[in-house]
Design a protein around this ligand. Structure first.
Ligand code: FEO
Length: 164
């Protein structure tokens, strides 16, 4: 059985993952409208992944005898300066998510809740991957700068298009 305090923290994490999904959806829509088809595909996919992150916690809380609460969500930003600023905001957002996941893990250790600790380790690895992906994309965008051919290729690559 989950403690009340851990249940509350997991419910807060459900809200963060749900908001991540909304945020990436808003970014995907912006990218699509701006003509960055590949980036928008990538972000739509990322938005779906965040919903799965949320769902995993919902199922876990309920399996452990708690009650997962589906949150109401704030509207994310709808407009972005450029691609670099989108990925900078993603990195910043993910660093915040990583911090809250680490806090949950600390709490699990304090309470000696080994199951939840074990469950959260998947999120610890996932966060490392997400942070490193966002950093590598920002590095690429820095190399490309304002080169339109470079941006075109970057967009195709991110969308998973195979080079012709
Ligand atoms: Fe589910 Fe991007 O953290």
């Amino acid at each position: 059985m989950l403690s009340n305090s851990l249940q509350n923290k997991l419910n807060e994490q459900i809200e963060k993952e749900a908001y991540s999904s909304q945020l990436y959806l808003a970014m995907a829509s912006w990218a699509e409208v701006k003509g960055y088809t590949g980036v928008s595909e990538f972000l739509y996919g990322h938005s779906d992944e965040e919903r799965q992150h949320m769902l995993k916690i919902v199922r876990y809380v309920n399996e452990r005898g708690g009650h997962a609460i589906v949150p109401s969500l704030d509207q994310p930003k709808t407009d972005f300066e450029d691609l670099r600023s989108v990925f900078e905001q993603i990195l910043k957002h993910e660093l915040g998510v990583s911090q809250s996941i680490n806090e949950i893990v600390d709490h699990c250790l304090k309470e000696k809740d080994h199951s939840t600790n074990n469950f959260m380790q998947w999120y610890v690895s996932e966060q490392m991957e997400e942070e490193s992906l966002a950093r590598s994309i920002i590095d690429k965008l820095d190399l490309i700068g304002n080169d339109s051919a470079g941006l075109y290729l970057f967009d195709r690559e991110l969308g998973g298009f195979t080079p012709e």
